[in-house]
Design a protein around this ligand. Structure first.
Ligand code: G6P
Length: 472
């Protein structure tokens, strides 16, 4: 039996220099790292990826970090400061990220950094090739590594290579703005299987492949340069049983009770601080709710947790200032000496604290402007074994394709979103329970382990090396 080699930009843990240069290892944030952690533990094999910025660690400390990573079958691919700036913060997060989330206006006037992106992708392909043994399956993840499938195919022509995109694949009208559009498609087409969260993303990819590199496309495959590449829809799940169990623990129940002790209903937002998450419009909608429904003042609170993310990318620093200012303005307008309309937390939370908030919330507001899937929506549902609570969900999250029983909103329509928040707060109990029961069936029945198994099974089924086909 071959092993599974998982390849992603970020490892599930991040290494840092702690006090006095000591090694500190923390859990990484973001859907990919948190989501794939369970399957990696269960499926065995290796996970190859970036361990984080090792600046400040001595050579001895780096060796210690490597040894600790090895215990967990993690293989580090270190990046230099220049690579972090130009491959990670630059091309990946200041160009691909905004464009794939339909924010073309955020592209810098000059798209640069592709040379470093290419160099780092080649390094990842080399690291995988060093580990690969006959029979191993390779599963590459996400937009930071789109050239790796073809680079690896060149080195290991007979390997089975899968790739999963965790973010949206945009309409070909957006994708074709990228100067390196053909190169990226050619990179992806080195895989045997390409997975996406929704059928819409598959369609967008296929039309880009048809229009930009002339691939022959069918519903579930494309043919290009004598190879066949399968396309699949694999909506990612979460470790639902884990969230469910944590939510039932006495410790979490106790904390949830403490949150509710004040008696005012809680609206909850939990996001990485990212402009795709729609935090500002959510705050504006909350402000509109307080304006339109004065009876709710002093009777409701919004807990917004923003987890720091990509702090060296300018757009993220600006966003932080904008959110700070907006929270301040709403406070200035509505707070009273005894009541705060918003509790704003700019930090990550430990899992029991997070789950206690999910359990205490009357409604969770997941209103991204664009999102590949959004696992917060699913975590909230899994964390409600009591069967109560309302999910407000953006139409533009991949999760909306699956979680139809949520209250769906167009986050660009701020006034309407405010009315949906009001509806969430006033929904009769039986309707809340009916909706939540259906959501839980879906989230608990399709968890991350089933998702990973389905992808791996599909990859095992493809004939290695893209099943050579007769060229048309
Ligand atoms: C999203 C991306 C992941 C990424 C995560 C956190 O979920 O799809 O690839 O790891 O955000 O972002 P970061 O830049 O900190 O890895």
């Amino acid at each position: 039996m071959g092993r599974l080699l998982i390849v992603s930009n970020r490892l599930p843990v991040t290494v840092k220099a702690g006090r006095g240069g000591a090694v500190e290892i923390q859990l990484s944030t973001g859907g990919l790292a948190t989501g794939m952690k369970g399957p990696h533990e269960r499926l065995g094999g290796l996970w190859i990826g970036w361990p984080g910025d090792l600046e400040g660690l001595s050579a001895a400390a780096r060796d210690e970090a490597d040894a600790r990573l090895a215990e967990h079958r993690l293989v580090p691919v270190p990046l230099s400061a220049d690579e972090i700036a130009r491959y990670y913060e630059g091309y990946s997060n200041a160009i691909l990220w905004p464009l794939f989330h339909y924010s073309a206006a955020r592209l810098p006037p000059e798209v640069s950094g592709f040379d470093v992106y290419e160099r780092v992708n080649a390094r990842f392909a080399g690291a995988v090739a060093d580990q690969w043994r006959e029979g191993d399956l390779v599963w590459i993840h996400d937009y930071q590594l789109m050239l790796v499938p073809a680079m690896l195919r060149e080195r290991l022509p007979g390997a089975r290579i899968g790739f999963f995109l965790h973010i949206p694949f945009p309409s070909s009208e957006i994708f074709r703005l990228l100067p390196q559009r053909e190169r990226l498609l050619e990179g992806l087409l080195g895989a045997d299987l390409l997975g996406f969260h929704t059928s819409t993303f598959v369609r967008h990819f296929a039309s880009s492949a048809l229009r930009l590199v002339g691939a022959t496309t069918e519903v579930d495959r494309v043919r290009w340069r004598g190879r066949e590449v399968r396309l699949g829809v694999f909506p990612m799940g979460i470790d639902a049983a884990h969230f469910d169990a944590l939510a039932r623990s006495p410790e979490v129940e106790e904390r949830a009770r403490a949150h509710r002790a004040e008696g005012t209903p809680i609206l909850l937002g939990i996001d990485r601080l990212d402009y795709t998450k729609g935090i500002q419009r959510r705050l504006l909608a909350y402000e509109a709710l307080l304006r339109a429904h004065p009876e709710l003042r002093k009777k409701v609170r919004l807990v917004q947790v923003a987890v720091p993310s990509r702090e060296n990318v300018e757009a993220y620093r600006e966003l932080r200032d904008e959110v700070d200012a907006l929270v301040g303005r709403i406070h200035g307008e509505y707070a009273t000496p005894g009541w705060s309309p918003i509790h704003y937390l700019y930090r990550g939370l430990a899992p029991p604290d997070l789950v206690a908030l999910y359990r205490a919330a009357d409604a969770v507001l997941v209103t991204p402007l664009r999102d590949g899937m959004n696992l917060v929506a699913k975590e909230f549902v899994a964390a409600r074994p009591d069967g109560d609570g309302v999910l407000v969900l953006s139409e533009f999250a991949g999760a909306a394709a699956e979680l139809a029983e949520a209250l769906l909103v167009n986050p660009y329509d701020v006034e309407h979103t405010a009315e949906v928040f009001h509806r969430a707060l006033t929904l009769p109990e039986d309707e809340r329970r009916t909706r939540m029961a259906l959501l839980r069936e879906r989230v608990l029945g399709h968890d991350v382990h089933g998702w990973a198994r389905a992808f791996v099974a599909a990859l095992e089924q493809v004939e290695a090396a893209g099943g050579r086909v007769e060229t048309a």
